[in-house]
Design a protein around this ligand. Structure first.
Ligand SMILES: [Mg+2]
Length: 218
């Protein structure tokens, strides 16, 4: 990091990305949570896949994304007493990791202009697989649930700024959750862009793809 400086262009900028839905398509995570876990449960309890899905989806809903268990594969493996090694299980889905088509080109363009980092809610065991082919672009990869034991709230953004010894004014965060990536980031004083690939929202801080980000920040 260069010396901290409050004056515009001289200020070192950190550009932070979410992963799932932002850099990587939901295919990998959705297959694990919505298909593979139900399929293991169906086998173990000798029930149909449909029955397993309806039970598990209800259990997911009861926990909800505001609790840490939601993100914790060990919790679900233990809950259903599945006989799998969590790391090997997640790894066996690595062939499903898909970057959005513009990602490599955008990261190449940005890598010398910003310090790139990742701030994700995914547990480390998932991030190790999803970021494998793009790790070289990032100075830090934070898993809020594994590193801070919390979901991506404004407090965690503040803690990450402290850990990087930067002011929130030096960071821009980009992600596809309006609540967790946009609102939580701006509440902590960070600038943020909301990636809305479905084109439902409009505004100065809404982008349709990461390519649009280039026009906003360069
Ligand atoms: Mg996301």
């Amino acid at each position: 990091m260069k010396n901290f400086n409050f004056f515009g262009d001289l200020m070192e900028k950190v550009l932070s990305f979410d992963v799932d839905g932002t850099l990587v398509t939901p295919l990998f995570a959705d297959t694990i949570w919505l298909e593979s876990i139900p399929s293991l449960v169906a086998q173990k309890y000798c029930i149909s896949l449909e029955e397993a899905k309806s039970m598990i989806y209800k259990d997911y809903e009861n926990i909800g994304p505001n609790r840490l268990e939601w993100y914790d594969i060990n919790y679900w493996i233990e809950k259903y007493e599945l006989k799998v090694n969590p790391k090997e299980f997640v790894e066996s889905h690595s062939y499903l990791v898909q970057l959005y088509p513009e990602v490599l080109e955008v990261l190449e363009t940005l890598k010398d202009k910003f310090n790139l980092i990742i701030i994700s809610n995914s547990a480390r065991i998932f991030l190790d697989v999803t970021t494998r082919n793009i790790r070289k672009y990032f100075k830090h990869i934070f898993s809020t649930v594994s590193d801070f034991n919390r979901i991506k709230d404004s407090n965690v953004y503040t803690q990450i700024c402290k850990r990087l010894s930067i002011s929130p004014l030096q960071m821009i965060h980009v992600g596809d959750s309006y609540e967790l990536d946009y609102l939580s980031a701006i509440r902590s004083g960070i600038s943020a862009y909301y990636v809305d690939r479905n084109g439902r929202m409009y505004g100065q801080y809404v982008i349709r793809s990461l390519r649009e980000l280039l026009f906003k920040i360069l």
